[in-house]
Design a protein around this ligand. Structure first.
Ligand code: LMG
Ligand code: NDP
Ligand code: PMR
Length: 400
């Protein structure tokens, strides 16, 4: 572990800052579909100009602004006097497999993004990036274990020290433990699914909000991956065990399985339910971020259900029979199946597509693979619950 952590401090390539400085010419193309020969649209530029003082007071300590030393996002001083844009800088958690890897690949291939792969296993991430064919200059691997709040804080420090700007953060990593008989726990003693999928990401995104708001990129975004199975207004969300946060008594007790339940609602441990509950927390967190910070920061907060990517590592803990039958079941019966590639393109759209800048939205895709704003279940859109989850989570991760 120690070895892994130290190896991970070395980015795959240190040519990135150089890369980031060499602005991409948009002479013959559009940026996110926006023509840059025209002035930037109001809702893109206004956020960059808004004073940051108030936000800094609200989100805590002021730190040295590393972005001040980087190339401005939009640079008018190219030789032809054309507006140019530096590469976007996107952090993706859990980019060592499945959806995260496919998204990293899709974004890197555009040549417009530098991907920071925030992964718990450096070597696995390095091999994955290589076998996916992602060009060296388009990514950096940094160690992040979401099941340890110390690691989350360490990651934030390392990222800031790298001097790279943060334009988009994608909270993608997750664990799913459907066959576990008993709860397992994070370093701080939170049940592992909610601890990793929700609390680790909660701390990460709360800390990095400041970095995002400091970015001068035209469209800054914080994306938290949700799922249909946390939404009880769908058939998939009604397959038992169903998500249900109850009155949050287990979460308030710290999910430690000692003096409190390991489940958010205070019930008996159930790994599949814990995962679905964690996805509800993810979707609630996105909306609470939107309510608290969208106006003042201009950041787009969004969640999504990318489709059923039945072949990913998410199902690694499930029984072999399930793993064999699940993909054909989703392909031929529910028709909800999507390939990793397709799902990666969907998440990449939420990262960079100019038509998906709306904040507070839960994106889904229809049969023709066109995006639409989907309806969340009653619980997953309950503003009062979102506020309570936020407040309790702040205490658990040491922010309040
Ligand atoms: C739990 O079991 C496990 O207990 C848990 O440990 C964990 O693994 C969890 O979600 C993961 O699963 C789930 C179990 C419960 O479901 C199954 O395992 C399915 C068993 C097979 C059932 C036969 C179905 C026939 C389909 C043929 C397909 C053949 C290919 C097989 C593929 C296998 C992949 C699964 O399941 C049950 O309890 C059975 C009941 C399931 C019905 C669920 C549907 C409820 C719908 C209710 C409708 C609500 C209305 C919705 C309204 C929407 C309106 C907009
Ligand atoms: P994978 O298992 O392939 O990817 C999950 C990633 O999370 C892996 O890279 C894994 O790392 C990483 N991860 C797990 N625990 C930690 C941790 N403690 N610290 C850092 N990283 C960690 O699954 P998917 O690609 O399917 O899942 C990605 C997202 O998509 C999840 O949020 C999931 O909920 C969501 N989703 C998936 C659906 C599907 O059908 N597959 C459907 C709807 C949503 P490692 O490689 O080291 O194991
Ligand atoms: Mg589900 C339209 C139907 C649909 C869709 C889109 C999904 C997605 N599932 C659907 C239906 C059904 N599933 C039905 C009818 C059943 C009973 C046979 C069923 C069962 C089932 C199981 C046992 N489904 C599952 C499981 C899992 O273990 C997966 C899970 O719940 O992980 C938390 C799962 C999923 N089904 C999905 C999706 C996207 C998943 C997985 C992952 C996730 O939500 O992240």
């Amino acid at each position: 572990m120690a070895l892994q952590a130290s190896a991970s401090l070395l980015p795959a390539s240190f040519s990135i800052p150089k890369e980031a400085k060499s602005s991409v010419s948009l002479k013959d193309s559009t940026l996110f579909g926006l023509s840059l020969s025209e002035p930037l649209k109001a809702d893109f530029s206004s956020s960059a100009l808004r004073p940051k003082r108030e936000l800094k007071q609200r989100i805590g300590a002021v730190r040295a602004e590393t972005v001040a030393t980087t190339t401005p996002a939009v640079n008018k001083s190219s030789p032809e006097g054309k507006k140019t844009l530096r590469k976007g800088s996107v952090v993706i958690t859990g980019a060592s497999s499945g959806l995260g890897l496919a998204t990293a690949k899709a974004l890197a291939e555009t040549g417009k993004w530098h991907v920071i792969m925030a992964c718990r296993d450096y070597l696995k991430a390095a091999r994955a990036a290589k076998s996916a064919g992602i060009a060296k200059e388009n990514y950096t691997i940094m160690h992040l274990d979401l099941a340890s709040l110390d690691s989350v804080r360490q990651f934030v420090d390392n990222f800031r020290r790298s001097g790279m700007p943060l334009d988009v953060l994608v909270c993608n990593a997750a664990v799913y433990l459907p066959t576990a008989k008993e709860a397992t726990f994070t370093a701080e003693g939170f049940e592992l699914s909610v601890g990793t999928n929700h609390l680790g990401h909660f701390l990460l995104s709360r800390l990095l909000l400041e970095d995002l708001s400091n970015s001068d990129y035209p469209s800054k975004r914080l994306i938290i991956v949700g799922s249909i199975t946390g939404n009880t207004n769908t058939l998939a969300g009604n397959v038992p065990p169903k998500a249900n946060l109850g009155d949050l008594r287990g979460l308030a007790g710290g999910l430690n399985g000692l003096n409190s339940s390991s489940m958010i609602d205070g019930g008996e441990f159930d790994g599949a339910k814990a995962y679905k509950d964690s996805k509800v927390c993810n979707m609630l967190t996105m909306q609470e971020f939107h309510r608290r910070f969208h106006e003042e920061t201009g950041i787009t907060f969004a969640s999504l259900y990318p489709g059923c990517i039945a072949t990913t590592g998410l199902f690694r803990e499930h029984i072999p029979l399930f793993r064999a039958l699940f993909p054909p079941f989703q392909k031929y019966i529910t028709k909800g199946f999507v390939s990793e590639d397709e799902a990666g393109k969907r998440l990449a759209q939420v990262v960079s597509d100019p038509s998906l800048t709306k904040s507070g939205v839960y994106w889904s895709w229809n049969k023709a693979s066109a995006s639409f704003e989907n309806q969340l279940s009653q619980e997953a859109s309950d503003a009062e619950k979102a506020r309570k989850v936020w407040d309790i989570s702040e205490k658990l991760v040491g922010l309040a």
